[in-house]
Design a protein. Sequence first.
Length: 130
Amino acid sequence: MVRKVFHSAMAAVVAMGVTLSAAQAPAGKATATATAKTIVGVVTAVAGSSLTIESSSKKPMMFSVSPSTSVLAKGASTKTKQKKEGGAAGVSITDIVHVGDQVQVRYTGSETAMQAAQVRVTHQGANAKK
């Protein structure tokens, strides 16, 4: 009985390891989880409702962004706090993400309509406003 429980537990651990390793992608490679995909690239354009990046394939990819898009970057929470103390509702993507930044984008949709769920700045470019 103990051996059967041990084997079941080991199978679960191996399955989790396979799932986690499949979710990690090398730079510039898109990966697919259930419905979300992830891509790494350099920002070529950013506006209040869109983000365009160029991945290692040199193909521009444009994503729609919305207030529900999570934007993660070093110093973002400080900028948000400062904006709110100044009376603003918060920050927009253009306050945090800049042309030249390297980002990791988790998105849903197809090539014609991609919606960014999360944008993570992995390296700030030279154009980043301090």
